[in-house]
Design a protein around this ligand. Structure first.
Ligand SMILES: *Cc1c(COP(=O)(O)O)cnc(C)c1O
Length: 376
């Protein structure tokens, strides 16, 4: 095994990784909690009640941050979604999700034997989810199956286009039909504040390693009061252990990392408007180079960028390395994180980069295009 040094030595544009970069302080603290069961010194039966290290404080703080009555930690967003679907639904039940939903939503449903209907997006080039289409989808399910969906799921920001959907509008529709609504905020909460109660939904899932700068893996499931007994009920024989969590989920380094990250969360979210400025600046500048088109909504309300890049594809055809030339040229310039081999469409994020770094990324692309067009 070799030591890994990516964030340290390169400008990393991998959208999956940018929101999970850890601080030096997080790395230091986590190191002291690496030994097995290190968080359990003062546990009296439930992880979320541990006073030292202050997991109880973290649990309350996360509930407050997400605008939930209660929060529990899981190993990730997918585990949180599975927990919820498993606890509330049964085989043959139906859920309605948006057309940009993450594969793990489908897998969580599949594991329980729940059927999934998706609300189509608007297609090329914006691929937007129109809230009112949830109403249509619910009616369609009822007409086709004779049953109402048991749960609605909204991917607040999706992992393909980085589109932000107006969750409040979908919450209104959920209330109209009296169907509970889950907000999948894996890509948003932690970058900025997302408030379950203000949205008016019932559940929210968030990802520590996706958006809170935590090492993880760790997810948070936030719920409103009404659902506590259905989701976080205690074992008959092993109280206060909660059955759906199998007693406790994310522990040790994962939860310590999140606790440290949460200490500076208020400063982190203040940077969000500037992150969006950087994103939209770079998109505009790249599009101006020609034969580059941003997919997804415009202007962007999230840092995940998906570009259609026929110009890069054209250049790739003239290169010995074909599609791999781009990743190779970028790496020479100290930039990584764009999936090697792909040039028709590329995905990246500048989240967490400084302005000079964002400008450097632009110059790097500009130079690669210029040299490519001249066959250098
Ligand atoms: C990353 C992501 C997930 C998965 O999150 P985990 O915490 O790793 O399970 C789920 N949904 C969306 C929309 C994502 O972007």
């Amino acid at each position: 095994m070799d030591l890994r040094s990516r964030q340290e030595d390169y400008i990393n544009l991998n959208p999956l990784q940018v929101g999970g970069r850890t601080s030096a302080n997080t790395r230091l603290m986590v190191n002291s909690y690496l030994d097995g069961y290190a968080v359990c010194d003062q546990c009296s039966g439930a992880l979320h009640q541990i006073p030292k290290p202050d997991i109880a404080g973290l649990t309350a703080k996360m509930a407050n941050f997400l605008g939930a009555d209660l929060v529990r930690f899981t190993h990730g967003v997918r585990e949180a979604k599975y927990l919820l679907i498993k606890a509330l639904l049964k085989k043959g039940d139906i859920i309605v999700v948006d057309g940009n939903a993450h594969y793990s939503t489908y897998l969580a449903a599949e594991r329980v034997g729940v059927e999934v209907y998706s609300v189509p997006n608007s297609g090329y080039p914006e691929y937007k989810i129109k809230p009112s289409n949830y109403r249509k989808a619910i009616r369609k399910v009822k007409k086709k199956t004779g049953k109402m969906p048991k749960l609605l799921v909204l991917t607040q920001v999706d992992g393909q286009y980085g589109n932000l959907v107006d969750a409040k509008k979908i919450a209104q529709i959920a209330k109209e039909f009296k169907i509970p609504l889950l907000i999948n905020s894996a890509y948003l909460a932690g970058r900025t504040k997302v408030n379950l109660k203000k949205i008016g939904a019932n559940f929210i899932v968030a990802s520590g390693h996706k958006s809170f700068g935590a090492p993880g893996t760790i997810g948070a499931l936030g719920i409103t009061k009404k659902w506590v007994d259905k989701l976080f009920y205690q074992s008959k024989n092993f109280s206060p252990k909660e059955v759906e969590l199998l007693g406790c989920a994310a522990r040790n380094a994962a939860i310590i990392g999140l606790a440290v990250a949460m200490e500076t969360i208020e400063e982190r979210i203040k940077l969000w408007p500037e992150e969006l400025k950087k994103t939209n600046w770079l998109v505009e500048k790249l599009e101006a180079l020609g034969e580059i088109k941003q997919l997804g909504e415009k202007p962007k309300q999230h840092d995940l960028v998906y570009l259609e890049t026929p110009i890069l594809d054209k250049i790739a055809k003239t290169k010995r390395k074909r599609g791999y030339f781009l990743a190779k040229e970028l790496k020479k310039k100290g930039i990584i994180g764009i999936r090697p081999g792909l040039t028709k469409k590329i995905k990246f994020s500048t989240y967490g980069l400084t302005w000079p770094q964002v400008k450097y990324v632009y110059q790097a692309f500009k130079q690669i295009l210029k040299e490519g067009e001249h066959g250098i």
